[in-house]
Design a protein around this ligand. Structure first.
Ligand code: ZN
Length: 238
């Protein structure tokens, strides 16, 4: 009896820890497999972000033709640089504070954060369009700065003319206006100083919008590149 008891105990001592190790290892393996399959699924989702091709581009204020607004500053790629346009209400001062700011075309929000500093609330939207002369699909980013309110979130699909925010003055830093940029280079994000200052990387917004004011409607969505921005103040973008 004693002998059996001892054997059993020693056998248990040998077996139980082994079973325990196997169980915990299996748990680790299944947890790891779950994590890997989630990572694969998320990666596939990220690569499968799709948008409609733009059927035209509108102005971001005074929808659709900037009616009631004027451009107080334009694009200037030589020093002192201004990488976009400033849009103000014709009534002057802060009369345009809180006015709607619209998505210039169908697209997707790639960045929507209050980054503070000289920027304040920023919304960047990404748009796909087919160049009529070449038939090629290209992408642009449109940046809207100093917004009073942000009304969209990163990753949200937007329609042309959909309100994405309101015009602001960055907590009183400027007279209210919309700072608006269009970039051919969709890697710039919030780090403007890394990009070459030429028209291959930057667009003259008014010129671009007028050039692609109306495009053919296409029904098949196209995949959109994501993960093109470097992190800025802890914000990564889509
Ligand atoms: Zn500006």
């Amino acid at each position: 009896m004693v002998f059996l008891g001892l054997r059993r105990r020693s056998a248990d001592d040998g077996l139980l820890p082994m079973a325990h190790v196997r169980k915990s290892r299996w748990k680790k393996i299944t947890a790891w497999l779950t994590a890997v399959s989630w990572a694969v699924a998320l990666d596939a989702m990220a690569q499968n972000v799709q948008v409609n091709l733009a059927d035209g581009f509108d102005f971001p204020v005074g929808k659709p033709n900037a009616e009631g607004y004027y451009k107080s500053r334009g694009l200037r790629l030589r020093a002192p640089q201004h990488f976009g346009e400033d849009w103000n209400g014709r009534a002057g001062g802060n009369s345009d504070l809180g006015d709607p700011v619209y998505a210039i075309a169908d697209g997707i929000v790639t960045f929507a954060h209050n980054v503070q500093g000289g920027w304040g609330n920023v919304v960047i939207t990404r748009h796909a369009y087919r160049v009529p002369s070449s038939g090629l699909v290209k992408f642009i980013d449109a940046l809207n700065g100093h917004l009073d309110k942000i009304m969209v979130t990163t990753g949200q699909v937007v329609k042309r003319g959909q309100q994405i925010g309101t015009l602001g003055h960055n907590s009183g830093m400027y007279p209210a206006h919309l700072h608006f940029e269009i970039r051919h280079d969709i890697t710039i994000g919030m780090l403007r100083n890394n990009a070459p200052t030429d028209l291959d990387h930057w667009a003259d917004p008014t010129q671009f919008i007028n050039q692609y004011r109306r495009l053919n409607r296409e029904w098949r969505p196209v995949p959109v590149p994501t993960g093109t921005y470097q992190e800025y103040k802890g914000f990564k973008g889509l």
